[in-house]
Design a binder for this molecule. Structure first.
Ligand SMILES: [Mg+2]
Length: 283
C-alpha cells in the first residue's frame, strides 16, 4: 500500500468537494476514482460536500456510481441537505416557499416540510421560511412571491449558498448568489443564515456525524473562497486541488495579498496546494 504524504498522515476523514475535484460536468477527473478507493483501503472515511443544491443526494449517488465510485446517500452533504437538517432544528413541518430546484425541494420534503408552490393562497397558509438556492427557472414571478412572503408575511429568509458563478463544461453560468442577491435587493434584508460553504455548518455537521476530530479531517476543494475558507473556519486541514476553478495566477495573487494586505483573511490560504489528487500519495 502506498503511503499518504507527510502533511496528510494523520487524516481519518477526507471531505471532497465534487465539481472540479471529482468530476467536471459529466466527466470524471483522471484518477479520482482510484484515489478514493485507495483512501478507503487506508480506513479513511470519505464524504462529499457540495454547494450545488439542484440535485438530490440520491442523484449524486447515481452519478458517482456511473464513475464506479461506490457510495451511499449518507456520504453526501449538499447545501440543500444541510439547509434541510438545519431548518428542521429551527422548526419541524414548516411551510416553505423556495426559489430553487428539485434537490432543494425534495430534500426539504424528505425532512417533513411542506413546499408551497401555489402562490394564490399563500397568505392564508402562512409561510415560515423562504429558502433561496440555484434556480435555473428563476423568474420575476417567483421573486415577487418571495419578496411578499418576507416583507408582508412572517417568512424568514435563508439561503443555500451564495456562489456567484456555476462552472459548466464551456465556462461559467450565473450561480445561486444571483438569486440570493435579487431577494436581498428587493427586501432590504440579508439571509438569516447561508448554509453552504464558505460557512462552516456543513463541515461541522460532518465532524459531528462522523465523530472525527477536526485535527484529523481535511477538505479537498478547488475553490478558495468557498471550500478552503469553510475548511479553515471549521479548523480542518485544507487542500486546494488545481483541477477546477483555481488557476496558478490566483495562487500567486493570493500569496502576494497574504503578504501585503494587513487585514487579509488568512482563512483563504490553503494548507496545501496539489496539482491533482494523485499527489496525496507518495510515489
Ligand atoms: Mg468545486
Amino acid at each position: 500500500m502506498r503511503e499518504l504524504i507527510d502533511n496528510l498522515k494523520n487524516i481519518e476523514l477526507a471531505i471532497f468537494d465534487l465539481d472540479g475535484v471529482i468530476y467536471r460536468g459529466d466527466a470524471l477527473i483522471s484518477s479520482a476514482d482510484t484515489i478514493i478507493q485507495e483512501l478507503k483501503e487506508h480506513s479513511i472515511k470519505v464524504v462529499y460536500n457540495t454547494n450545488n443544491s439542484t440535485a438530490t443526494r440520491q442523484v449524486y449517488v447515481e452519478k458517482m456510481e456511473r464513475f464506479k465510485i461506490s457510495c451511499k446517500i449518507s456520504d453526501f452533504y449538499t447545501s440543500a441537505s444541510i439547509a434541510s437538517a438545519e431548518i428542521t432544528k429551527i422548526k419541524k413541518n414548516a411551510n416553505i416557499f423556495i426559489i430553487g430546484e428539485t434537490g432543494l425541494r425534495e430534500e426539504l420534503r424528505s425532512f417533513g416540510h411542506r413546499i408551497i408552490t401555489e402562490p394564490l393562497n399563500f397568505e392564508e397558509i402562512g409561510i415560515d421560511f423562504v429558502i433561496v438556492g440555484l434556480d435555473r427557472d428563476f423568474s420575476y414571478n417567483k421573486l415577487s412571491i418571495a419578496q411578499k412572503c418576507v416583507l408582508e408575511g412572517n417568512a424568514q429568509f435563508y439561503a443555500t449558498n451564495e456562489d456567484s458563478t456555476l462552472p459548466v463544461i464551456n465556462g461559467l453560468k450565473p450561480g445561486a448568489g444571483v438569486m440570493v442577491n435579487a431577494l436581498k435587493t428587493c427586501t432590504g434584508k440579508d439571509p438569516v443564515r447561508i448554509f453552504g460553504k464558505p460557512e462552516p455548518f456543513g463541515i461541522k455537521m460532518i465532524l459531528n456525524d462522523t465523530q472525527i476530530p477536526a485535527n484529523n479531517a481535511c477538505i479537498f476543494g478547488d475553490r478558495l473562497n468557498t471550500d478552503i475558507l469553510a475548511g479553515n473556519r471549521a479548523g480542518i486541514t485544507t487542500v486546494v486541488v488545481m483541477t477546477g476553478v483555481t488557476t496558478k495566477d490566483m495562487i500567486m495573487e493570493l500569496e502576494i495579498k497574504a503578504h501585503d494586505i494587513r487585514d487579509f483573511d488568512k482563512n483563504l490560504v490553503p494548507d496545501l496546494i496539489i496539482n491533482n489528487l494523485r499527489e496525496i500519495f507518495t510515489k
